[in-house]
Design a protein around this ligand. Structure first.
Ligand code: FAD
Ligand code: NAP
Length: 536
């Protein structure tokens, strides 16, 4: 692309956020272009093709609701859909709504600069392309900046290396191979059982043990599907009243773990364990607020691990000692059972870290390991990583990297002081990763589209968060986090997985209250934002 394209809105990213943003932008008559680094749509589901990858929010919920026809016609096959099925769904949406003609793939946005004279953004890409747009919408994803830790000797390894978040399209056959997996977060927990069943030997390097609850995955019955589809809108409406916008069929209980009788508590945990998945954390109202309550759930899971894993020492190593739910709860299929296999070893690197990657494997203290393949299940520079990789310059040349040097500062997770006409979808300061993300994405896209329409209809050229509103919002997000147990462990929610990243809790707990606030802001003519132009 050599000439400078002029559009109303440039959207960066063609995951679920960028796709829906394009659809809505077109719907209000805007010209739009999506720029995407990948070779196709789907975002997370384009990149994360590791064995066992699937959603942990039930498929009937983890899907768009903006089109009744779409949600009626699409048939999910399993309670938790696989990555190929979700990617197929993303491609179906792209075709059905004819999205591809305004999308440019295999192109990475490198910089975006705001010009105050014209009130427009100039966006530059790695191919030397340039675009000009009045509005810039960052749909770059919260978990799209895959991260391999800076292990000494990384370049020396002569075998194959993979990151779960950048998995080869043709898959990987681990048959006969000696494999090392580094990490025990959600991606590792999904992939380890499958890698173990293929590989000759599998060694898992665990720094922090994770809590995981079985998915109890299986086919969705026709009855269940029809029950939801008969009134999908009502089902969605019920879910949107939940703090995480998930799971109205098994909502958070209103009793307290600390006040029920111990036998009753066990019975309830057992019931949620059997049900499977994330609703486990909703067994009691106080689990994410009261350390004593939390400990009862943590202890229940630890007992389950000891019940599954035959070697008591391995079971103990796999038993997390941290607050449950403080890092994202994992959802698995046969994870702990995998450690009963003869070809699997668990190595604890919490005290003695991985010293270096060697030509033939890696070294931990005085132990050398030899591998044919190393899998980095080491996660992402979450929430801010993809945004800050782009050189974004707002008013007076202010760079977003500088503006967010002490952690992300936003108003509503949608806009940031100094960056007019720039919107972030599921940005830090919004419920985002603490929710069913497709619900949060649709809510943001709808808000942004309505906002642009309001500006246009009322003759405004520019919108920017005010410092007062932003400061108050940042304080609110922190206050909510401090009221919970979330700040109590080293999670990616806090940026703690990236050395040097400011320790700030980035998402906001509480979807319904957040939506009310967004609606109120809009109803009051975008209160907390400064609007400039020549209003009619
Ligand atoms: P993404 O899907 O991450 O898409 C962002 C896109 O932007 C990417 O394709 C990326 O290539 C592109 N991009 C970024 N920077 C640039 C640039 N500079 N130039 C050009 N393109 C760029 N959430 C749930 O709610 N439920 C789940 O079950 C769930 N499971 C998950 C499983 C995995 C393995 C992972 C990693 C995440 C999961 N998530 C889940 C979170 C998931 O990221 C969101 O649900 C959702 O897919 C995010 O969509 P998005 O469009 O906002 O971002
Ligand atoms: P993650 O949760 O951040 O896990 C990364 C793992 O790598 C952790 O166990 C971490 O240990 C380890 N690690 C990082 N650096 C290390 C080092 N230097 N040495 C040793 N170990 C190291 O990443 P993820 O598993 O990719 O998941 C990220 C998020 O994506 C999830 O929380 C979830 O939101 C989403 N996701 C969802 C699903 C799903 O079930 N649908 C699946 C995958 C991902 P520490 O814990 O000690 O830092």
């Amino acid at each position: 692309m050599s000439e400078r394209a002029e559009v109303d809105v440039v959207i960066v990213g063609a995951g679920f956020a960028g796709m829906f943003m394009l659809h809505r932008a077109r719907g209000i008559g805007l010209s739009a272009r999506v720029i995407e680094a990948a070779g196709g749509v789907g975002g997370t589901w384009y990149w994360n093709r590791y064995p066992g990858a699937r959603c942990d929010v039930e498929s009937m919920e983890y899907s768009y609701q903006f089109s009744e026809e779409l949600q009626q016609e699409w048939e999910w096959t399993e309670r938790y859909a696989t990555q190929p099925e979700i990617l197929e769904y993303a491609n179906h949406v792209a075709d059905r709504f004819d999205l591809r003609r305004d999308m440019q793939f295999d192109t990475r946005v490198r910089s975006a600069t705001y010009d105050e004279q014209s009130d427009r953004w100039t966006i530059r890409t790695d191919g030397g392309g340039e675009l000009s747009a009045q509005f810039l919408v960052m749909a770059t994803g919260c978990l799209s900046s895959a991260r391999v830790p800076d292990f000494p000797g990384l370049e020396r390894f002569e075998g194959e290396t993979y990151h779960t978040g950048k998995w080869p399209h043709d898959g990987v056959d681990f048959a006969g191979r000696r494999v090392g997996v580094i990490g025990t977060g959600s991606s590792a927990i999904q992939s380890i059982p499958i890698i173990a069943s293929q590989a000759r030997e599998l060694t898992v390097f665990q720094r922090t043990a994770s809590y995981s609850v079985p998915a109890n995955n299986g086919p969705i019955s026709e009855d269940e599907k029809q029950a939801i589809k008969r009134d999908y809108a009502a089902f969605r409406a019920q879910n949107s009243l939940m703090p995480t916008a998930i799971g109205s069929r098994l909502p958070i209980a209103d009793s307290l773990a600390t006040t029920v009788a111990p036998e009753e508590r066990e019975r309830i945990y057992e019931e949620r364990w059997e049900h499977g998945g994330l609703p486990f954390l909703g067994a009691f109202l106080d689990l994410l607020f009261d350390p004593n309550a939390n400990e009862t759930a943590a202890e229940f899971v630890r007992a389950k691990i000891h019940g599954i894993v035959k070697d008591p020492e391995v079971a103990e190593r796999l038993s997390p000692k941290t607050v449950i739910g403080c890092k994202r709860l994992c959802v698995d299929t046969g994870y702990f059972e995998t450690y009963n296999r003869d070809n699997v070893e668990l190595v604890d690197v919490s005290e003695t870290p991985i010293d270096e990657i060697t030509r033939h494997g890696l070294r931990v203290g005085d132990r050398e390991f030899e591998f044919d393949s190393i899998v980095f299940a080491t996660g992402f520079d979450a929430m801010t990583g993809a945004l800050l990789k782009i050189d974004i310059r707002g008013r007076d040349g202010l760079s977003l990297r500088d503006a967010w040097a002490a952690g992300p500062h936003t108003y509503l997770g949608l806009g940031s002081v100094g960056f007019p006409n720039l919107f972030t979808i599921s940005g830090p300061g919004s419920p985002s990763v603490l929710t069913n993300m497709i619900v949060s994405i649709e809510q943001h896209v709808n808000w942004i589209t309505d906002c642009i329409e309001y500006l246009r209809d009322n003759g405004y050229r520019r919108i920017e968060a005010t410092p007062e509103a932003q400061d108050a919002w940042v304080a609110h997000v922190n206050a909510v986090a401090d009221f919970t147990l979330f700040p109590k462990c080293n999670s990616w929610y806090l940026g703690a997985n990236v050395p040097g990243k400011p320790r700030v809790f980035m998402p906001l707990l509480g979807y319904p209250m957040y939506v009310d606030k967004c609606n109120e802001v809009a109803a009051k003519g975008y209160e907390g934002f400064a609007l400039t132009g020549n209003p009619a």
